[in-house]
Design a binder for this molecule. Structure first.
Ligand code: ARG
Length: 458
């Protein structure tokens, strides 16, 4: 009795180690629904083209329905010696319906089958991840909507730079996640082509109707070159790139959340349900969720490296190397989904501490640029104004006070053009409101951003 699909040629069985080493059923069973959907579309087309009989198709449909219920009930017996999800399902089908099961693979190879399955499966996952990116953006936009007037220090080099609103800062991330969503939609576009019909690599002599199968499975078209169809994994690389960039955005946000929650910043607090304590230090509440999100970006970037390296030395067309695409891809999908879900929830529960943000903004001479702009608007060349303000800041530092706390007479000593109307420029509020340029941090600009995002996100 044959123990493998190809074994007539083989004079000895595989060693146990080789069996275990080459099998993928332990993880690729996750593709089962895509595999069955692909097989049914193929079988219906085979029947429509009179390559198999109507009764064969009916038998295949009946058998597949049975297999679906077995898998869903957890009673389906996955066998290591049947190597992968494809051979397991086909073998069970044949067991259930006999010859019709053996006709299913007409004009098909596991090479175009697996390429189709992975695309179908990933497309479904993309359609689940896209709304999560929407939820993430909505959570950020709604938090931002409450904080167009909440001043915090904006940083460069992690040194206080200029005042910005907390809302403006949050909306910077919304821009990033909006680009991620565009990238994801773009991945889906190029992914959504049908490999099936390429067979092993060269196409097939059966009169397959590839376009009909593409329509049945919701693909926008077919892979036009059979060699490319079975060997291309660009869609996985593109998805992993999308996921890596998204996770890097999440990681930067997570890093800021960790910083903001630390005692030295004290800008925000997180709900207890997103924190953990310490087994030794009774006072601790740690932002573990944010730290893990930051950490998990590493594994997703690692998966991108694994996948891209997997492809680099492969001669056309299919090579078994490709079986290694699955675990990184699966884990990427799981990690990015869970991370987006938990971060959106956590962001919605952020407690903002405006006084601490304002105190921090007052500590770093954040309005020094405003004073230089004030002088430049009164006719001084900006470079001269910059130098004059540097002296004023130095004086304020020596006295341990903010620029706004220097008496007007003292400021005037730096330049006579400094007059009483300088005071609003030196306040955080005045600085914020002055930045009315499109995309600037002025509250009216930020409110316009919020409104735009709300419309875009529906
Ligand atoms: N399990 C295989 C994979 O993931 C399916 C395709 C195998 N094809 C082959 N000719 N060995 O790539």
């Amino acid at each position: 009795k044959k123990s493998q699909a190809w074994s007539a040629l083989f004079s000895e069985p595989m060693s146990e180690l080789v069996k275990r080493y080459t099998a993928s059923v332990g993880f690729d069973q996750r593709l089962w629904r895509a595999d069955i959907d692909g097989s049914l579309a193929h079988a219906r087309m085979l029947a429509a083209q009179a390559i198999i009989g109507a009764q064969d198709l009916a038998d295949i449909e009946r058998g597949m329905a049975q297999i679906v219920s077995e898998i869903e009930a957890g009673t389906f017996e996955w066998k290591l010696e049947l190597e992968d999800v494809h051979l397991n399902i086909e073998a069970r089908l044949t067991q259930l319906v006999g010859d019709a099961g053996k006709r299913l693979h007409t004009g098909r190879s596991r090479n175009d089958q697996v390429a189709t399955d992975v695309r179908l499966w990933l497309r479904g996952e993309i359609d689940r991840i896209a709304p999560l990116l929407g939820d993430m953006q909505r959570a950020m936009v709604e938090l931002a909507a409450q904080h167009a007037d909440t001043v915090m220090p904006g940083f460069t080099h992690l040194q206080v730079a200029q005042p910005v609103s907390f809302a403006h800062h949050l909306l910077a991330y919304v821009e990033m996640f909006a680009r991620d969503a565009e990238r994801l939609a773009d991945v889906r576009k190029r992914l959504n082509r049908l490999p099936l019909g390429a067979a092993a690599l060269a196409g097939t002599s059966y009169p397959l109707d590839r376009h009909a199968v593409a329509r049945t499975l919701g693909f926008d078209g077919i892979c036009e070159n059979s060699l490319d169809a079975v060997s291309d994994r660009d869609f996985a690389l593109e998805f992993a790139s999308f996921a890596s960039i998204t996770m890097v955005h999440v990681s930067r946000l997570a890093e800021e959340i960790v910083l903001w929650m630390s005692q030295n910043f004290g800008f925000i607090d997180l709900a207890d349900r997103y924190c953990t304590g310490s087994s030794i230090m009774p006072q601790k509440r740690n932002p573990d969720v944010a730290e893990l999100a930051r950490g998990k970006s590493g594994r997703v970037v690692g998966h991108l490296m694994a996948l891209i390296t997997l492809m680099k030395g492969q001669p056309l067309t299919y090579n078994k190397d490709n079986q290694e695409d699955k675990e990184p891809l699966f884990d990427t999908v799981d990690t990015v989904s869970d991370t987006l879900r938990i971060m959106a929830e956590m962001v919605a529960g952020i407690v903002v501490k405006p006084e601490a943000m304002e105190r921090a903004a007052l500590r770093g001479y954040a309005t020094a640029t405003d004073l230089a702009d004030y002088l430049a608007k009164k006719g001084l060349p900006f470079r001269d104004a910059h130098e004059i303000v540097a002296h004023a800041v130095k004086r304020a530092m020596q006295q341990g006070v903010d620029l706004a706390a220097l008496p007007l007479a003292e400021l005037q000593a730096f330049h006579p053009k400094i007059e009483a109307d300088v005071l609003p420029c030196l306040s955080l509020r005045g600085s914020l409101e002055a930045r009315r340029v499109a995309g600037g941090t002025a509250p009216e600009q930020v409110r316009a951003q919020v409104a735009r995002h709300r419309v875009r996100l529906g």
